[in-house]
Design a protein. Structure first.
Length: 453
């Protein structure tokens, strides 16, 4: 099948300068792998098919990306960027235009790719590429131009032995559009250069055939930065984080101290929120309208409803409803679901539990593997004793219950609606509706009969 436009991402480099056991394309920028960032960008462009060149035995990369629409091709020998591209010759042959990018240049935008594509099509060039200018271009490939401003060569830093070339500030970003038929017929003509076949040498071949080479210049240099080590990765994280925060502030969210707030690419901040200092909103998190998050708060893969307040707390893999107040110093985790108008006060932990609408646990409690009904009051020091040494057991607390301070609920157990426990009680048996449990171990009395007396 002939595809109009394909993209080939070169991701087979070993990334030794990262000094990490993590494959280079899987290092994350604001919570997302570099390779995934590039794939998501390409999904917004005119590219029809995406191919990724990877090293041999790279199941970690394939499994991490986990995208059936992406085709992975192994480069069995480390013979350079052109050597990598040759592995995709059949795919190139089945396309009209081929976009080539490097996995370690992940911040390139869809707008730039579309601009390059338009220039490539309108100029009917064999090669179109992206350049940029840097005051100190050390370590980067230089663009060599003729007196008529035509691109005549790209010289890698390690091959520069001329002071004039050293002072050139126009650099190669590493994003190219090729006429696929021309690329297919010429990619194998690249000669070995210091034990590598370098893609940049294809510029010489095009010029020798008097083929058209065009370029566009980046509006923002940061878009074309390469990630070669952990320092570069840190700088890329800072660039993306600042852009994310700038965008949410322009949409009306208050961020008092942007330098202390961290936001991941897949997180969503809705309108008129307030993000206080030292707040981390990570993973696939969603913050509802008019909510206040922070200070000193972490939200990970969680959804926060509208008009809620989370302060000095951690919310992990959980859902918080509307008009809730959590914290300070509380932890909600493991798929907990907090319904609307719930108050979880200081030093509380909620684990794998559902807390019903209007309920509250003001301080110092542990609620684990529990279902708590509506309008329940949980006193200070209450613990659902969910682990018996072998199994985690469930606690069920009905609507409108009053759980006294320092109550121990020995799971599995059920407290019926409108029931109570006295302070300091140890509850080992189910408590029917409209009863009170008192003592160690607790004795159960009918609330209604006591009231009649």
């Amino acid at each position: 099948m002939l595809h109009s436009n394909i993209a080939i991402i070169l991701a087979a480099g070993m990334g030794t300068r990262m000094n990490s056991t993590i494959p280079k394309p899987l290092h994350k920028i604001c919570g997302k792998e570099m390779l995934r960032i590039l794939i998501d960008t390409l999904d917004k462009t005119k590219v029809n098919e995406i191919y990724v060149i990877i090293p041999p035995n790279s199941k970690e990369i394939v499994n991490s990306i986990n995208n059936k629409n992406i085709k992975f091709i192994e480069q069995n020998t480390a013979d350079g960027t052109s050597g990598a591209l040759i592995k995709a010759k059949s795919e190139i042959n089945n396309s009209i235009n081929t976009l080539v990018l490097y996995a370690d240049v992940p911040l390139i935008t869809s707008a730039t790719i579309d601009k390059l594509f338009d220039k490539h099509i309108n100029s009917k060039s064999e090669i179109s590429l992206v350049t940029s200018y840097k005051e100190n271009p050390k370590g980067l490939g230089r663009i060599i131009r003729s007196s008529k401003h035509h691109i005549t060569n790209i010289v890698e830093e390690k091959n520069i032995n001329d002071l004039i070339l050293t002072n050139i500030k126009e650099i190669n970003v590493g994003v190219y559009f090729f006429n696929s038929k021309w690329l297919y017929n010429n990619i194998s003509k690249i000669k070995l250069n210091n034990e590598e076949y370098l893609l940049t040498d294809i510029i010489d071949i095009a010029n020798s055939q008097s083929k058209s080479i065009t370029s566009i210049e980046l509006d923002n240099y940061n878009e074309g930065i390469g990630i070669n080590n952990m320092s570069d990765l840190s700088k890329a994280n800072e660039i993306v984080r600042k852009n994310l925060l700038e965008n949410i502030m322009l949409r009306g969210t208050s961020v008092i101290d942007p330098n202390s707030v961290y936001l991941d690419l897949d997180s969503v901040i809705n309108i008129n929120c307030s993000i206080l200092p030292n707040t981390h909103i990570l993973g696939n998190s969603n913050i509802g309208n008019y909510s206040q998050i922070g200070p000193n708060t972490t939200i990970l893969n969680s959804k926060i409803g509208n008009n809620s307040i989370i302060q000095n707390s951690i919310i992990n893999e959980s859902t918080i409803g509307n008009k809730c107040k959590i914290g300070p110093f509380s932890l909600v985790r493991n798929n907990s679901k907090i319904m609307d108008n719930v108050h979880i006060g200081n030093n509380c932990e909620i684990k794998n539990s559902k807390i019903g609408t209007g309920s509250k646990s003001a301080h110092f409690s542990y609620i684990g593997d529990a279902t708590v009904g509506r309008n329940v009051n949980i006193g200070a020091g209450t613990v659902t004793c969910n682990y018996d040494g072998k199994n985690k057991n469930n606690t069920i607390i009905g609507d409108k219950c009053f759980i006294g301070s320092s109550t121990m609920l020995i799971a599995p157990i059920k407290i019926g609606e409108n029931s109570q426990t006295a302070a300091g009680s140890v509850i080992t048996k189910n408590v029917p509706a409209n009863h009170i449990a008192i003592g160690i171990p607790a004795k159960i009395k009918n609330l209604n009969s006591d009231r009649k007396k």
